[in-house]
Design a protein around this ligand. Sequence first.
Ligand code: BG6
Length: 486
Amino acid sequence: MESMSFVLFGATGDLAKRKIYPALYNLYLDQKMPSPFSIIGVGRRDWSDEEFQASVRKSVQTFSRRAEMEEMDEFVQAFRYCAVDVTDPEAFKPLQSLVAQREAELQIAENRMFYLSVAPEFFDVISSSIKTSGLGTTKGWKRLIIEKPFGHDLKSAQQLNEKLGAAFAEEEIYRIDHYLGKPMVQNLEALEFANPVFQALWNNQYIANVQITAGETVGVEERAGYYDQAGAIRDMVQNHLLQMLMMTAMHVPKRISANDIRAQKRQVMEAVRPLQKEEVAQHVVRGQYAAGEISDKPAVDYRGEPGVRPDSMTDTFIAARVWIDDPFWKGVPFYIRTGKRMKEKSTRIVIEFKNPLEGLYHHHQDKPAPNLLIISVHPNEGIALQVNSKNPSNSGKIEPVTVDFSAGTAGVPEAYELLLFDALRGDSTYFAHWKEVELSWKWVEPILAAFRENLVPLHFYPAGSYGPDAAEKLLTADGFQWWLDQ
Ligand code: BG6
């Protein structure tokens, strides 16, 4: 891998500590870091290099998935710190000198990776100062990794993209959606394209419906300031759920390359049927958690959480029916669902197959269960196929059994490791292209408007449940049910 400088804005922040440093260290242990490399941490605090290195060491010790610390001394030597008030373009000059000085010392080519792990209001000022300070004028390449949220609605996302576009080309921008870093989400590609058996079935002739769930047991935690403005629709649906939908529904590309895969995803999103504001209530369920119990412990209602407005109408749960109007998926509903304070932390994709043979077993009391392909994304990573089989110890009754592959969790790299490694080597397959982001916002816009104008009822659901009954009815209305709810 080419040598490079890695400039991290938000170096003293939570994400850096929990995810980025441990990921970099694990890549380092696997010899997947460029050599030599220089990491410059940028933050507001007035830290020395030693303080910064000590903080990196501590976060790796606390959060790394691996315990080996022998290479830590060598690892932290690559880190330098620079305090910058990012709202002041002049303050970028010392940063520019430090980056250049380290490049000279370590004989690093002028390849520069910038990582924005800061509050979104700083995204545009930082990117424009990278340009004006000369930091972004390199003889080698430059790239920008940017965290979420990418905008608050369609308009703000477009404005942000325009501002970034003044300093970086689309191919240089790596928009993080950490769901795309999850190994089983990445594995959807192989499942669909490396298995002729599934490829043959991946369409409306064989598939009855697709169910994508991302349930969480946590509530709003300390993030009410952000979350009460965002809601599940912006926090999870616009990005993570629609990304999983695109990954599941994409069609075989001509080649397996970042461009081709992203083009296929884009095509899916282009074919997603737009909702009119007035019809949102028919297809989207909006929920908010009421008091309840999570693992036998009482949990307060959302409106009772610190920092939440007592009359808040914010959605902590969304279920939606999505139609993809292309020849492959016409007539196949995709159901998506996400919520805080649900019964279990589980991210999964369930594909329910049609059953044209159902009638054959009409003399049986129970009709055979449908075949299901279950892709478990979290917490257990695996693929399972539910098939029907005779049970000899139950008078030959036909019962569903599960053919199960579990990836296990030991040794599996974390999302941030996979994503960072890809960005370091310039592979943007699992980063969100601007068009995907824009199309997702376009689809979400009428939902935001319908919520704002209260055209959609707000259903309360007890903490510790699978959401409001209305989410169940969304499927029963079509003759289906959510699978695997316990
Ligand atoms: C984040 C959201 O993007 O994803 C959080 O802002 C949410 O609200 C989190 O909790 C869920 O991620 P994961 O990886 O735990 O499923």
